[in-house]
Design a protein around this ligand. Structure first.
Ligand SMILES: [Zn+2]
Length: 522
């Protein structure tokens, strides 16, 4: 009995020692915590996000999020890692206060257990909205600071569509964000944040001495700011060379997030380093270039109304013709269940016949219709309603009466996906909402998008695989929680004047402000 007990204690120790305790011979390794949750949430959408949507992971499970911290990676051996809580939700509506407090408190409790820390890697998106709370990421890092103290070096990585408040900038020591949109460099960004943190700790240099911050009064939708085309391309191309200068540690430009209404929603430039003049000058150069080119931002694809998009797609000689149903893009924060576009498509006489032009529609959630389809079975007729459970502002639930083409189980987001053919339209109906970004998202349902005439996706700019597959493409300016025509949004709290909402703005003050170092935080 006693031996079994001792053995259990021994096994437990072996299991935990590798995380929080110093393995023998590694006494000099720094102790680095990992924390942070990520979501982009629209306050112009009636949807709400609960805790489960974050798929939170705890402790060593978090390593699976970071390939550069995989089992055999050299980086893993450079520190004693103390992962706490990490979570990533699909974009959506504002996070409930209860969900936010729960995730934050779990993180803080975990951090308290393993104090002290030489460093902390704060992995966030930066565009989280929480009901009844201003600047959630600023609130979160401030509460982390209160636990870890001011000596710990915090390195933050973000999405370039995140917002950097002064409070966030003051509480972090290192900060960076993506340099590509679409975010093909997502992993590189995180790796850079961790590499910079390790370098500063290992070299004994500690926190960078200067953090320059410039707020730029520009608010643009992501669909105008792709780095694949100008002017986003050259604005962002300047970041890497700026960041590798002597005396500079990192440089970053945030576009900001257009579908929330807080004073922090605007573009920002930040440069960190040890050379005061160079840090300030570099930030000012990047900000100036951004401001000078502001009038050149246009949508990354030709845009038009849905009516125009369908007419062009039907007349097109090349296929597949992609149409972005952009107003309800779930990966920007739309509810993902707006039925307006699908309703219009099904009304169109061109698609009424079974052998009409093939159109794939991705996607519309309806747990009820999925249940009916499962009960009916593949090849059988099904009839029911879909969508508009969350966002019914533009159209009511859409009536679908067709044949079940396929039923697929097991997707992490959708859980169950059903294809219902109505006329010549293949409608993907999901149990829960899911973005369709990859070819396999279609082929696993038995749909071959390359052979379709038209593919309509709730998306903004096409993600890389769809972009590569398109014969032609039009971004339809459809209604929803992330309406691309941001000038129509009822902003009340963002700073004004703001480009492009306020016409004939004077040139703003784009001189760099130095953010106080975190040592001076109370
Ligand atoms: Zn983004």
């Amino acid at each position: 009995m006693k031996r079994a007990f001792l053995f259990a204690i021994f096994t437990l120790c072996i299991a935990t020692c590798s995380i929080a305790k110093q393995p023998p011979g590694q006494q000099s390794l720094p102790r680095i915590a990992i924390a942070g949750i990520a979501i982009e949430s629209s306050t112009f959408s009636p949807a709400h996000t609960e805790e489960a949507a974050f798929h939170a992971q705890y402790g060593t499970d978090l390593f699976s999020r970071y390939p550069f911290l995989s089992k055999d990676s050299p980086m893993l051996n450079r520190a004693i890692w103390i992962p706490t809580l990490g979570g990533h939700a699909l974009p959506g509506g504002a996070v409930t206060r209860h969900a936010y407090e729960s995730l934050v408190n779990k993180t803080l409790d975990s951090l308290k257990k393993h104090l002290p820390y030489d460093g902390l890697y704060f992995d966030i998106h930066g565009a989280m909205s929480v009901t009844g709370l201003e600047d959630p990421e600023g609130d979160f890092i401030e509460r982390i600071r209160k636990v870890v103290g001011t000596k710990t070096i915090i390195s933050t990585s973000m999405d370039l569509h995140g917002n950097v408040s002064w409070r966030l900038a003051a509480n972090t020591d290192l900060i960076t964000c993506h340099r590509m949109a679409p975010h093909e460099d997502a992993e590189l960004t995180k790796r850079r944040a961790v590499e910079n943190l390790l370098n500063r700790i290992e070299s004994g240099k500690g926190k960078p001495l200067y953090k320059a911050y410039i707020a730029i009064p520009i608010l643009l939708p992501g669909e105008k700011t792709s780095t694949r085309i100008e002017p986003g391309k050259s604005i962002y191309a300047a970041v890497e060379p700026a960041s590798t200068q002597e005396g500079i540690l990192d440089a970053a430009i945030w576009i900001g997030y257009a579908w929330a209404d807080e004073p922090r929603n605007h573009a920002v430039v930040m440069v960190t380093g040890d050379d005061e003049q160079k840090v300030k000058k570099t930030a000012e150069q990047l900000a100036k270039k951004f401001w000078q080119l502001r009038n050149d931002f246009v949508f990354v694809a030709p845009t038009g109304s849905l009516k125009e998009a369908l007419a062009k797609a039907l007349a097109s000689k090349v296929h597949p013709y992609f149409i972005s149903d952009s107003g309800d893009n779930p990966t920007a924060g739309g509810a993902g269940d707006v039925t307006w576009t699908l309703t219009e498509i099904l009304k169109n006489p061109a698609f009424k016949k079974q052998d009409g032009p093939s159109l794939f529609y991705a996607s519309i959630p309806s747990p009820e219709l999925v249940k009916k389809a499962i009960a009916a079975g593949v090849g059988k007729p099904v009839d029911g309603y879909a969508g508009a459970a969350v966002d019914a502002r533009f159209a009511p639930p859409v009536h679908l009466s067709g044949t079940v083409q396929s039923i697929v189980y097991g997707d992490k987001d959708a859980e169950v996906e059903v294809v219902v053919k109505v006329g010549s339209v293949h409608v993907i109906v999901t149990k829960k909402r899911k973005p369709y970004h990859k070819e396999i998202d279609f082929t696993r349902l038995g749909l071959e998008p390359r052979k379709a005439d038209i593919v309509v996706v709730k998306i903004g700019y096409l993600e890389p695989e769809l972009y590569a597959m398109r014969a032609d493409w039009l971004l339809a300016l459809t209604p929803g929680g992330v309406d691309q025509n941001i000038e129509k949004l009822p902003y009340k709290r963002i700073k004004r004047p703001m480009f492009p909402l306020d016409k004939n703005m004077k040139d703003p003050d784009l001189s760099a402000k130095l953010v106080p170092l975190s040592d001076h935080l109370k």
